[in-house]
Design a protein around this ligand. Sequence first.
Ligand SMILES: Nc1nc2c(ncn2[C@@H]2O[C@H](COP(=O)(O)OP(=O)(O)OP(=O)(O)O)[C@@H](O)[C@H]2O)c(=O)[nH]1
Length: 597
Amino acid sequence: MTPLDKIRNFSIIAHIDHGKSTLADRLIQRTGGLSEREMSAQVLDNMEIEKERGITIKAQTVRLEWKGHILNLMDTPGHVDFAYEVSRSLAACEGALLVVDAAQGVEAQTLANVYQSIEHDHEIIPVINKIDLPSAEPEKVKAEIEEIIGLDASNAVLSSAKSGIGIEEILDAIVERIPAPKGDIDAPLKAMLVDSWYDPYLGVVILLRVIDGSIRKGQQVKFMAAGTTHLVDRVGAFRPKLENLPDLGPGEIGFITAQIKEVAQARVGDTLTDAKRPAAEPLEGFKEVQPVVFCGLFPVDAADFEKLRESISKLRLNDASFSFEMETSAALGFGFRCGFLGLLHLEIIQERLMREYDLDLITTAPSVVYQIELTHGGGHIDLHNPADMPEPNKIETISEPWIQAVIYVPDEYLGSILKLCQDRRGIQKNLTYVGGRAQATYELPLNEVVFDFYDRLKSLSKGYASFDYEQIGYREGDLVKMGILVNEEPVDALSMIVHRSTAETRGRGMVERLKELIPRHMFKIPIQAAIGGKVIARETISALRKDVTAKCYGGDATRKRKLLDKQKKGKAKMREYGSVSIPQEAFIAALRMGDDA
Ligand SMILES: Nc1nc2c(ncn2[C@@H]2O[C@H](COP(=O)(O)OP(=O)(O)OP(=O)(O)O)[C@@H](O)[C@H]2O)c(=O)[nH]1
């Protein structure tokens, strides 16, 4: 057990590409966790997709040793879909490194994390990274940190994670400036569950931060929210390699295993206590995260259904925040209705299914959950799927979930952000200014936010705006089902529920994008958006009369074959609608609202 005054717990806050992963790797290397050779791959982002997309999905932690101290580095995901996991990771720390690129300066994308960190009373150490770059302007960046964020940057550490400059200074600053955790070794065990994941060898691994008391192998522990009791069979930490420890005391961060089969039994934010001598109260802040966005996932090839079932079940073992149940569709056959924390979460799961499990999938239009009261006391339904929408004359009322969003944005981008909120049926609740930045509070229908609001917000503000939200309940709305017809045939995977006031804009945007996304055929293809029997937007794809190989001059046979092969491959990923083939990408791409909404 490590004495409290020898422990420091911290996270790293950084804008994308400012060097968080490189710096984390350097800290691990300098403190002896890994050899140069083992450093070749970035260690913290250990999932393939995380690496490719350059984002951190699952919180991870590494235990470092520096001058007689234990430093626990907590990695945090950087997307609003995973806001709850971030909040729990931050709650497990006493400080943070704020990494800012010396050439780019403060790009406020992670402002929300900085403010959360400040809210948790963290000691924040500014680190100005990439000072090796000729374009580095550390003094200017210091001034920006003070102006935009309001932090004292006079003692910021200058570093180059790439060339290994400033690494020791950072480690020293963590020991000197970040406060040691507090805790009572004699009190009953109280530990916060920070993260959990499934490991094929160990079963469910639980990452935790001990607040009071201690945890050791052989102890019976109780999960206070779940109400279950488990026998701890392993205690340890990651350095970053797994290392077993006899116990973990107050202030320490580490992992346990306890013969738990599914991550669903180990929810982030739950409190672990001793089963025989339980704590009186659980820790504050436990929240059951619920999926908010639903969509159907169908195999392109119907024969892949069983494979899809197996793959989804495997992914679910590792991710309790996503849900699935079987669904059948007239056009798409057998598939699953799945629930996600947001659109990025959806895309990650979809990509993992396609890449790790080699499945070709069709994703239907994402939807939130609507509440419908039926006429004549017909009861109540929670609508997860636009395809199940009852006939309009059977609906008494339909309600949709609303959120309250808080947006931080520099003044210069405020105008376009306010317009975006307005276009998405937002109701402004508050607008204040703090040091050149505006803080806008809006109530918005979740339906208008789940598709691409976050991406739009980022692009309109060049990445400066940050955004956080909470659900505030259901409100009645004038909502209708908009169907899409391709060559006169309804494509139920693209039907969606929209507000009547935005139906036309959304319908027009959708048919225009589909016109770009669906390849030309040998005949004319009308594309229509309709509400009930009424067409609200229409585009036509003109007929094609060209042989694709015609442009291969000179009869180069290999080139010709390649082109035909490519065409064949493309075909495999298309879905036939009547006589029209729709490429798989079109399904998701068509749902992005783009600039027109
Ligand atoms: N010149 C220079 N380049 C650096 C330095 N630190 C990181 N880089 C480079 O900057 C790029 C981004 O670094 P990462 O460590 O992946 O950045 P990150 O903040 O973890 O990015 P995300 O994982 O996307 O959030 C990489 O190409 C690094 O090699 C530095 O000190 N100097």
